[in-house]
Design a binder for this molecule. Structure first.
Ligand code: PNW
Length: 456
């Protein structure tokens, strides 16, 4: 199973999950500092204060990537390192860190893929409403331009937002993520302002000459329980409508505006029921639809739903009235997430049909398992089989004609897994947090061989 010649192999991380050094070189506070330091929000009271100490160990980490033969490394820039209070002049010491990182990557012949926003909003902006405030979209575009100004001579691949659905609906809807708000109307507004921020930033970066722009979304095929194991199972009308509605809320809400310049009807209906549509101004959709080159897909598991009359909307899913969210009949990872590899090919085939004219990249895929270190090795056969199963499906999507340009594993390192803290390990490299020693797991060595062979 060989992939196209220029297929890009790599790994991904995010600033707050790995960097640590939260008070260094003028970094301001982010909503994740505030959230993780408030008791009850993160498992075991974990915070990103130290994380993988990548801020100090980045050179060794790049060396590790080189040894694993990665061709691409996707990382995010911490906005509060660049603008400690979310606006105004850029902090040169914050920019200098990413400057050093990019130079190291290029020296190791690894292409940097920069994500501008992976959830660490400056706390000062949250004080003014965060993503519920329209002004945050403009601040984001200003910040994006400052980062581009420093790195744009060397970085070709630019992603605006990581998973705006999670920012809006876990951050402002069910409160599981920072800033921990629980209000469906706020979540709908946040989603629109994230999109507006994406569009304003994309237009700015394009003006400044960015060659390759992408938006990264978390997406999943939305299946009925019967469809999980039998792709040919045809749902009844009510179940089919439930799956299409949830697909619109999860994926159409973001990709329809960005690619087609319009919201799905189900999303407008959800907004009307949760505070109205007054935050969607004339002209916004034109900005949001600024052309991009690529859609990044983060895929972990399918979303399994069925019609369930009388069911109130889930807090993370305004507009999901009368829908029942179900577990899938499949083995699960340590996150409790079902393992359904062919969900990836089903998803890619659907999205490439719905959104023609852009290419695709798997910007995250991976799994948490309860790894154990034995004699300095981690025999994570469960992760190897997870990754192998999903790569087969990525290959199937390519064969089916999807313009898929690459695959990035989540994650390079075990790291701060948001509300789960350090209790969930997604890395292909094990991190001992007490000593910061890195040990490549068997999955890392296996992945290196996949890269060298350009396939399975
Ligand atoms: C993604 N959900 O997060 C993120 O991009 C990563 O930072 C994260 O570590 C990784 O996946 C694993 O969780 C998600 O509840 C977190 O639907 C939660 C959800 C989806 C994605």
């Amino acid at each position: 199973m060989i992939f196209p010649e220029d297929f890009v192999w790599g790994a991904a991380t995010a600033s707050y999950q790995i960097e640590g050094a939260v008070k260094e070189d003028g970094r301001g506070q982010s909503i994740w500092d505030t959230f993780s330091h408030s008791p009850g929000n993160v498992a075991n009271g974990d915070t990103g204060d130290m994380a993988c100490d990548h801020y100090h160990r980045y050179a060794d980490d790049v060396e590790l990537m080189r040894e694993l033969r990665l061709a691409a490394y996707r990382f995010s820039v911490a906005w509060p390192r660049i603008q400690p209070d979310g606006s105004g002049p850029a902090n040169p010491r914050g920019l200098a860190f990413y400057d050093r990182l990019v130079d190291r990557l290029l020296a190791a012949e690894i292409s940097p893929y920069v994500t501008l926003y992976h959830w660490d909003l400056p706390q000062a902006l949250q004080e003014r409403g965060g993503w519920t405030d329209r002004d945050t979209a403009h601040r984001f575009a200003e910040y994006a331009a400052a980062v581009y100004d420093r790195l744009g001579d060397r970085v070709r691949h630019w992603a605006t937002l990581n998973e705006p659905w999670v920012s809006a609906f876990l951050g402002y809807g069910n409160g599981v993520h920072a800033p921990g708000r629980r209000d469906p109307g706020e979540a709908m507004r946040a989603a629109h302002h994230l999109l507006l921020g994406h569009g304003l930033a994309a237009a700015r970066l394009r003006e400044l000459g960015a060659p390759h722009l992408m938006l990264v979304v978390n997406s999943a095929p939305v299946l009925t329980p019967a469809q999980v194991n039998d792709p040919s199972a045809t749902p009844g009308e009510a179940d089919a409508a439930a799956t299409e509605r949830v697909h619109a809320l999860l994926t159409g809400q973001f990709l329809d505006p960005v690619i087609h310049g319009r919201y799905p009807e189900q999303v407008l209906e959800a907004a009307r029921r949760n505070g109205g549509t007054g935050h969607i101004h004339d002209g916004d959709l034109e900005i949001i639809a600024t052309p991009i080159d690529q859609i990044g897909i983060n895929y972990y598991n399918p979303c399994v739903v069925e019609a369930s009359p009388g069911q109130p909307a889930d807090a993370a899913w305004p507009g999901s009235e009368d829908v029942g969210f179900r577990g899938a009949d499949a083995p699960t990872t340590a996150m409790g997430w079902p393992i359904v590899p062919d969900g990836l090919s089903r998803l890619l085939v659907r999205l490439s049909g719905d959104y023609p004219g852009v290419s695709f990249m798997v910007t995250e895929n991976g799994a948490a398992f309860d790894d154990v270190v034995e004699n300095g090795r981690v025999h994570d056969t469960d992760r190897v089989s997870y990754l192998e199963g999903h790569l087969r499906e990525a290959h199937r999507a390519v064969e089916a004609g999807v313009d898929l340009r690459g695959y990035l594993v989540w994650s390079l390192l075990d790291n701060f897994e948001w509300a789960e803290g350090y209790s969930r390990r997604f890395g292909i490299v094990h991190v001992d947090y007490a000593t910061q020693v890195r040990v490549p797991k068997d999955s890392a060595l296996w992945f290196r061989d996949v890269i060298v062979r350009n396939g399975l």
